[in-house]
Design a protein around this ligand. Structure first.
Ligand code: AMP
Length: 282
């Protein structure tokens, strides 16, 4: 019997249900894999029949003064890691293959980029979205897995797929940390011993910020000032603030907050830029 579908929402749901019969999970990465990446693979393994991981150091998301050239690359080791984690397909295209000769299209998500990493890395998220969209079109996954460590990236990709009715579920996965609380990152490989000692204070600061916010005695600006003074000495703060977790607008004490806030920051420890965040439920 033929079924008639009259709404976008219902059509999207039916297509989603059909996808679930043979669901492909995609985990996009830039390689130099660690437990944070592998946690996404494991989650995808639980949800999907086939897991595809991509490794592509995307030149479009690096600024001219950023670390594109020296970004750590070790495809052989990554490939072993992925095998052990049960990944079914590793997709590692060459730059020219995925970018083409004359890429003339860039994907821009409006409205979520004037703060946080978007403010200090102009064009970064356009580069991310353009490549993620290309990966989605090449792989056509039913689910795609992203770490909440890159919180703004997660929100922007979710918005892109919602805005464009893309038939893919965006799944956010928790931040994996080392035993001292430092969020795992491929860039942690750049840290000297001294830098590492400083870097572990980032998560301590965010947790203290979350605690202080819960006490409701201090204003957001007072809390971030205190964290910079007490915990984040010896590193340059790129940004640190409380943001609405959905809209990413800077938290405004005068307005009633919606459900969740995110306390997020980026810091230069030596020359290494590290990001971290913590979700605060109100
Ligand atoms: P990257 O290779 O840095 O582009 O990261 C690829 C994916 O892994 C992104 O979705 C990141 O958010 C995620 N990721 C990176 N580090 C972590 C971590 N420590 N915990 C969870 N997810 C992570």
């Amino acid at each position: 019997m033929m079924r008639t579908v009259k709404t976008v929402k219902e059509m999207a749901k039916i297509r989603g249900d059909l996808c679930k019969m043979n669901i492909i999970g995609l985990v996009p990465t830039m390689g130099a894999l660690h437990e944070g990446h592998l946690s996404l693979i494991r989650k995808a393994k639980k949800d999907c029949n086939i897991v595809i991981a991509s490794i592509f150091v995307n030149p479009l998301q690096f600024g001219p003064k950023e670390d594109f050239k020296k970004y750590p690359r070790d495809l052989e080791k990554d490939s072993e890691f992925l095998k052990l984690a049960g990944c079914d397909i590793l997709f590692s295209p060459q730059s020219g293959d995925i970018l083409g000769k004359d890429l003339g299209t860039s994907v821009h998500v409006e409205g979520l980029q004037s703060v946080m990493c978007g403010a200090s890395r102009p064009g970064h998220f356009d580069g991310v979205c353009t490549i993620v969209l290309k990966l989605f079109n090449i792989v056509r996954p039913g689910n795609a897995y992203f770490g909440l460590k890159d919180y703004q990236q997660f929100v922007i990709i979710k918005k892109m797929t919602d805005d464009l009715d893309m038939p893919v579920n965006i799944i956010g996965c928790p931040i994996i940390r080392d035993r001292n609380g430092l969020a795992l990152s491929s860039r942690n490989a750049y840290l000297s011993k001294d830098d590492y000692t400083k870097a572990v204070r980032i998560n301590k600061a965010l947790r203290e910020g979350s605690r202080l916010a819960g006490l409701k005695k201090l204003k957001a600006g007072e809390i971030t000032a205190l964290l910079k003074k007490e915990y984040l000495k010896g590193m340059k703060t790129d940004y640190l603030g409380f943001y609405d977790a959905d809209m990413l607008s800077l938290f405004d004490e005068k307005k009633k907050p919606s459900g969740k806030l995110v306390l997020a920051g980026a810091f230069f420890v030596g020359n290494t830029r590290l990001i971290d965040n913590i979700i605060i439920r109100i």
